[in-house]
Design a protein around this ligand. Structure first.
Ligand code: NAD
Length: 321
């Protein structure tokens, strides 16, 4: 497994993943529209295809050993903005990509699904065996993306990751995700605003997210895995939003004011990730590590209030064109 193809390799997670894979000596091809900028540094082992995944062709996948599929309209409000675009990118392009990957004899395929596919669950242990009840276009498109990929699992070594909300720094930063947004509010305005607060959400640090992709990549090649060896939750700290805010407040130590506002966002769920732990994956970081990393990068002026750090702003501009 030497030649890795990452769709969405210019995004929040993809930028760090690309950097990590290059540092480990892999040849990496990134396919991305770079809607949110290109923060990848030049590297002789890095090939960049600036194009839309909807226009991928088989030649792009020549001699590729593993596809990591991250490109997508990647959160609820952005996905609601243009449902057709969301389904075209998140579902139809996924179908095109897996078809071409199988035809090009790609060995492994790793898919960035989402822990949000479960919808609202009362169960304390939201394991991979529970039914999926997605409530938004984003969640639904991820679920259907998974189902398409599962229909190919006899032909390719498939892993589907269902990550919780990721936190931590990336040069292609996102400030529209929970811990990052709360931390940025505390650093920039000395205010932490919480909407609702009681909703429980699972979290995952950027460090552990990247490690999970490497973990999936390094698993021994195997086609037609059992479902319990294919789909994995990745969420390690299930916290209420209010609790997250309190932990941000404690870590930042700048006497930030905590403001609680009403919310009409009912999404509340936990994730149980015992399945991947049993396979030997070990998360190493806590949300405090991510908060401190953001604090450091903020001091270094690497996190400014860039419009593209809120994905919906850029997508609104694209839609308006
Ligand atoms: N960030 C999280 O908390 C989180 C949690 C669970 C799952 N995920 C999933 O992980 C993946 C990466 O998330 P992220 O936070 O890095 O998102 P992101 O929005 O930062 O990155 C997505 C990247 O995909 C690219 N892209 C989008 N549509 C494209 C298209 N049609 N053709 C080519 N490139 C396209 C964008 O330019 C961007 O660089 C996504 O699939 C997302 O759904 C993210």
């Amino acid at each position: 497994m030497k030649n890795i193809f990452i769709t969405g390799g210019g995004g929040y997670i993809g930028t760090n993943l690309t950097k990590k894979l290059l540092s480990k000596g892999y040849n990496v091809t990134v396919l991305d529209t770079f809607w949110f900028g290109n923060h990848l540094k030049k590297n002789k082992k890095l090939k960049i295809l600036q194009k839309d995944i909807r226009n991928i062709n088989s030649k792009d996948l020549k001699k590729i050993d593993c596809v990591m599929h991250l490109a997508s309209i990647a959160n609820d409000p952005a996905a609601e903005l243009d449902a057709k675009l969301t389904w075209d990118v998140n579902v139809l392009a996924t179908y095109k990509l897996i078809n071409m990957s199988v035809a090009q004899k790609v060995k492994k395929f790793i898919f960035a699904s989402s822990g949000s596919v479960y919808g609202i669950k009362k169960e304390k242990k939201v394991t991979e065996n529970l039914t999926l009840e997605p409530i938004s276009e984003y969640n639904k498109s991820k679920m259907i993306g998974e189902r398409i990929l599962l229909s190919y699992k006899k032909k390719i070594d498939l892993t589907i990751l269902r990550p919780a909300t990721v936190c931590g720094f990336s040069p292609a930063m996102r400030l529209d995700v929970a811990i990052n947004a709360l931390t940025f509010g505390a650093l920039k305005n000395n205010i932490i605003t919480v909407f609702g607060g009681k909703q429980i959400r699972p979290n995952l640090t950027m460090y552990d997210m990247i490690s999970a992709y490497i973990f999936a990549l390094k698993r021994k090649y195997k086609c037609n895995r059992e479902i319990d060896d294919t789909i994995f939750n990745l969420g390690f700290e299930n916290l209420s939003i209010l609790n997250m805010a309190k932990r941000v407040q404690k870590s930042i130590k700048n006497n930030s004011e905590l403001i609680v506002k009403k919310s009409n966002d009912p999404r509340s769920y936990r994730q149980n990730s015992d399945r991947i732990l049993k396979k030997g994956f070990k998360p190493k970081k806590k949300i405090e590590d991510a908060i401190n990393e953001i604090k450091l990068k903020f001091k270094e002026k690497k996190i400014i209030n860039d419009k593209s750090f809120y994905r919906i702003n850029t997508l609104k501009l694209i839609k308006a064109k």
